[in-house]
Unconditional design. Structure first.
Length: 260
């Protein structure tokens, strides 16, 4: 099948080149309900939109995500939908792009390469834009759903050199994006020191940060440290208005950058 235009990769790389910041809304298919649909519908008519909608979760076992993708596109047609799969089953040809991730912070071969092998042929024949991504789980030692499902432990925020080496290894292996995730529902996000260290050594590589971003202060620190894209999931589930606040804050930061 004909591949989708590379609009997502262009948008991510544009964030790096312009030093602007982006927000992605992470929707977990297991947790979507009537309130989420109402928020998506409201967002579709809102002037402050997220840069991307990420779709996926560590525990989702549904058969087909396409109907969900189709409904989101109907309600919010201008925002690219990027699959953030927790397993090989979370695919949807109607999405715009796929984070083709390898869990490089762990040593479980199932999520380092095995899941990817299982879907490689199907993905290569799809129209999805493929985003090769090195995925690192980093927090202060919390064991969350993503760790239980992947049977891996997070790297600790204090393991600075090991995290940097892992991210660099991912880049040298050809991964064009680095996603560092504290995990859904984490009490604290990836530390500013880690973000700054990784970004300084990989300044032209889009750096995606998620997990524990439940306040504007934490988002501000994440952006100030060098993150290009902040992913908001659990906080938006608990307080849908927070997403709109985060997008408005991001727009304000970008406008201030333009003025400066």
């Amino acid at each position: 099948m004909k591949k989708m235009p590379s609009k997502v990769s262009k948008a991510l790389n544009k964030l790096v080149k312009t030093q602007k910041k982006g927000i992605a809304w992470l929707i977990d298919p297991d947790k979507i309900n009537s309130d989420n649909w109402n928020k998506i519908a409201e967002l579709g008519n809102h002037k402050n939109l997220p840069d991307f909608i990420f779709l996926g979760g560590s525990t989702y076992t549904g058969i087909d995500l396409n109907p969900l993708v189709h409904k989101i596109k109907t309600l919010c047609p201008t925002v690219p939908i990027v699959l953030f799969p927790g397993s090989r089953f979370q695919l949807a040809d109607e999405a715009d792009a796929l984070l083709f991730m390898s869990l490089i912070s762990g040593r479980n071969p199932e999520f380092l390469i095995e899941q990817q092998v299982e879907v490689a042929e199907r993905i290569s024949q799809s129209s999805l834009e493929i985003l090769p991504t090195g995925y690192l789980l980093v927090n202060d030692g919390e064991i969350l759903s993503v760790h239980q499902q992947s049977q891996t432990l997070p790297l600790l925020n204090t393991e600075k050199q090991k995290i940097l080496q892992t991210a660099l290894a991912g880049k040298l292996l050809g991964m064009r994006y680095i996603f560092i995730d504290a995990g859904s529902g984490a009490s604290s996000p990836v530390s500013s020191e880690i973000i700054e260290l990784v970004k300084k050594r990989m300044d032209q590589t889009p750096l995606l940060i998620g997990g524990g971003l439940d306040s504007l202060e934490k988002i501000d620190k994440t952006f100030s440290a060098g993150a290009d894209l902040a992913i908001i999931g659990n906080a938006a589930e608990k307080n849908p208005d927070f997403l709109v606040e985060a997008i408005a804050f991001k727009n304000w930061l970008n406008q201030r950058l333009f003025i400066n």
